[in-house]
Design a protein around this ligand. Structure first.
Ligand code: I3S
Length: 130
């Protein structure tokens, strides 16, 4: 379709609020720390921003709400629905980066997490072609 011809990592963009936690770093399991995150996909990179609630008191101005916390290169990453043993939450995605980090991404509204799944899958595929 003409739409798929316009698929490239520059046009595969999305932003919104998600719940996320890191579960693995450099092949080592880390303790979950679920937090809401303003999440931005742009240019084949997924950026989780710091939870504004975690900002120190008195520093809750707008600039502090958009501080990147994790930047994930999606080239070579793998995404899929997490198995039930990974979390008791519903609608959980598992994202493994090529550098060995693993994150869980979750949102209660199914359509929202399904849209994120689709755009991340499309981005990873597109990066394989570029
Ligand atoms: O995989 P786990 O250890 O059951 O994950 C839970 C913990 O991270 C828990 O925090 P504590 O480590 O302080 O107990 C969180 O509150 C839970 O949300 C985590 O489980 P879910 O099933 O929500 O991913």
């Amino acid at each position: 379709s003409s739409e798929s011809q316009h698929h490239n990592t520059q046009t595969l963009e999305k932003a919104g609020i998600l719940n996320k936690t890191k579960i693995c770093e450099n092949g080592k399991r880390v303790r979950k720390n679920w937090a809401q995150s303003w999440t931005v996909l742009h240019g084949g990179v997924l950026i989780f921003h710091k939870d504004p609630k975690s900002a120190p008191a008195g520093n809750s101005n707008k600039t502090n709400q958009i501080v990147p916390e994790f930047t994930l290169e999606l080239r070579g990453a793998v995404i899929g629905w997490a198995s039930k043993d990974k979390s008791s939450k519903k609608n959980v995605l598992e994202l493994k980066t090529r550098s060995g980090a693993e994150f869980l991404i979750q949102y209660d509204t199914e359509s929202i997490i399904t849209d994120w799944h689709k755009v991340i899958v499309d981005t990873i595929r597109q990066l394989e072609l570029e």
